[in-house]
Ligand binder design. Sequence first.
Ligand SMILES: *[C@@H]1O[C@H](CO)[C@@H](O)[C@H](O)[C@H]1NC(C)=O
Ligand SMILES: *[C@@H]1O[C@H](CO)[C@@H](O)[C@H](O)[C@H]1NC(C)=O
Ligand SMILES: *[C@@H]1O[C@H](CO)[C@@H](O)[C@H](O)[C@H]1NC(C)=O
Ligand SMILES: *[C@@H]1O[C@H](CO)[C@@H](O)[C@H](O)[C@H]1NC(C)=O
Ligand SMILES: *[C@@H]1O[C@H](CO)[C@@H](O)[C@H](O)[C@H]1NC(C)=O
Length: 387
Amino acid sequence: MQSRVVLAVEEGKENGISSRTNQSKALPLRLLKLLVLFLALCVAFTVISIYSIKHFGIQNLVTTVNSSFQPCYDEEPTGLERYIKPPSNLIHNMSDPELLWRSSFVPRIKKYPFPRVPKIAFMFLTKGPLPLAPLWERFLKGHEGYYSIYVHSLPSFQANFPPSSVFHNRQIPSQVSEWGRMSMCDAERRLLANALLDISNERFILLSESCIPVYSFSVIYNYLMRSKYSFMGAFDDPGPYGRGRYNENMFPVVNITDWRKGSQWFEINRKLAINVVEDTTFYPKFEQYCRPACYVDEHYFPTMLTIEAGNMLANRSVTWVDWSRGGAHPATFGGSDITEEFFKRIYEGHRCLYNNRNSSVCFLFARKFAPSALEPLLHIAPKVLGF
Ligand SMILES: *[C@@H]1O[C@H](CO)[C@@H](O)[C@H](O)[C@H]1NC(C)=O
Ligand SMILES: *[C@@H]1O[C@H](CO)[C@@H](O)[C@H](O)[C@H]1NC(C)=O
Ligand SMILES: *[C@@H]1O[C@H](CO)[C@@H](O)[C@H](O)[C@H]1NC(C)=O
Ligand SMILES: *[C@@H]1O[C@H](CO)[C@@H](O)[C@H](O)[C@H]1NC(C)=O
Ligand SMILES: *[C@@H]1O[C@H](CO)[C@@H](O)[C@H](O)[C@H]1NC(C)=O
């Protein structure tokens, strides 16, 4: 038994030795085979590499570099952000029909699935320069995220606001508009449509270059955001400058009993802004039958919104203006007019309804102010205007 075991071990040894000798003999051959295979692979790889670099390699390399850099300049966000992030550049090449169509999109689910901070859209309808811009800059300072700015000026006007200005790059694609003509309402609709593209804009106020705010931003923000009504001036004037401008061809789309007049300088909420941009019913009637001496910018929106959503209108404007001097144009105030006494006329002695309650705060903005009023206004603002 023992010898067998020894033998077996020895056999094993021997086998082991023999196999080792076999291995040591086979090793160079295997290495050679591997080497040849490796060399063949190297040659093949080189050939393929040269071939592919020649034909696709450089292109592939560049594409890879470009695509890896793309996130840096590709501003188009994916996901929900695409719908809630306002366009960073207001310049687009949409025609008016394209813009109005796009801006009329309304979500059917009313609850926003993200924390939405409602903003005021300040829409400036101007010929060109904004001489009172420094006052607006001061008024808006520190309230970023609660407002947006849009400026419609003559297409020929080149705006030149420094990057630090709130008006920098806030010019929308504009067209020539004439007072009292439909092109004026087109400009107002263009402002509304551009502002509607930002889902966070909730209240839309139309202003001119001669308008100023007469309260601090917080007061104005709260007044507008908490209002159940939109501040569209709309009254039924039985005289020649009211119902006298009505054209019977508008019937039955517009009945004379619905005919309204009001100041062009409106403030409306998002729902009414959409009513305005989506309108295809009243627009053709006003375009065709309300021409001077019917001044369409005094009648189109007040009448149309009275018919479509009269119960949402405060029927008064929040922009103070002085007609007391008489004539076709309201008074314009220059540097020498700007005194504390003057502002008492705006703040005191007014009565109006605010959310169905009596209020003495009726005007948030005022016009018309000449460029010469800027310096006195900046001086008086901290004490009188509250900013
Ligand atoms: C890659 O970038 C270069 C310059 O950086 C550019 O000329 C080329 O058009 C880009 N290619 C692609 C596919 O974007
Ligand atoms: C806007 O530009 C695109 C190409 O960038 C063009 O196809 C389209 O017709 C343009 N639209 C208008 C209204 O000019
Ligand atoms: C139109 O106005 C007249 C009064 O001029 C009134 O009698 C009539 O009911 C109104 N029609 C409609 C449809 O509102
Ligand atoms: C504004 O006028 C319309 C009718 O033209 C009326 O329905 C609405 O209640 C008025 N608004 C207020 C706040 O009184
Ligand atoms: C507002 O004040 C007037 C008196 O100036 C009063 O007749 C009226 O009832 C008041 N309205 C409300 C809603 O308080």
